[in-house]
Design a protein around this ligand. Structure first.
Ligand code: ADP
Length: 189
């Protein structure tokens, strides 16, 4: 039904935001005032595909990882799913491909740009305790290669930017972006 693409620096808080958003969307879908079709919310991440952070150390090993993510995404996209793709998604051309695949299935799309300063992301990468830190060379390289999403291009739009200081994601606006015109809001005639 929808594809939500998360993008941001390595260790900038993408997974954290993906989980926040999933919880919000599930709460809405469970709410008694929700009368739309039955939908499930799924997160697809590098971890689900056992993609090691080491693959980002060079572009040769990164390519097959990206292809695996794209294949899994295509498999999981459907009319009854809100799919959140929680990965770096840092290449403009890759986000364009994802957008095209989603639009082919007539899914709604939006992009969440998770923002942290380079200094903070670096610090969080160094101190993370979950064994998912990026090797420092790969980390620095990804910062240099990162291609910021832009609301000026259709494949990144609508774009929601979530700065690190924000407690939460703009879940109401995101919900609206993916459901407006398809799912009747509560108490609307
Ligand atoms: P990513 O998915 O971008 O790699 P994660 O969500 O896994 O990032 O977070 C990476 C690390 O940074 C985790 O240890 C997390 O606790 C920490 N972190 C993420 N966002 C924040 C934040 N806004 N404030 C403080 N720590 C954060």
């Amino acid at each position: 039904m929808a594809l939500i693409t998360i993008s941001g620096y390595p260790s900038s808080g993408k997974s954290r935001r993906a989980i926040q958003l999933k919880n919000h969307l599930e709460r809405r879908l469970r709410d008694p005032s929700y009368t739309g079709p039955k939908l499930k919310v799924q997160i697809l991440s590098d971890d689900d595909l056992n993609i090691d952070r080491n693959v980002y150390s060079d572009s040769r090993s990164e390519k097959p990882a990206r292809a695996a993510l794209f294949t899994a995404m295509q498999r999981q996209m459907s009319q009854d799913t809100i799919l959140i793709v929680d990965s770096l998604n840092y290449i403009k051309g890759f986000r364009y491909q994802m957008y095209c695949a989603a639009r082919e299935l007539k899914l709604r799309v939006c992009t969440i740009f998770v923002v942290a300063t380079q200094e903070l992301a670096r610090e969080w990468n160094k101190t993370r305790q979950d064994g998912k830190a990026y090797p420092s060379e790969a980390f620095e390289n990804l910062l240099l290669r990162y291609e910021e999403p832009s609301s000026m291009v259709r494949w990144d739009s609508p774009l929601f930017t979530v700065p690190w200081l924000d407690k939460d994601v703009p879940a109401d606006d995101i919900w609206k972006a993916i459901t407006e015109g398809i799912i009747k809001p509560p108490n609307a005639g």
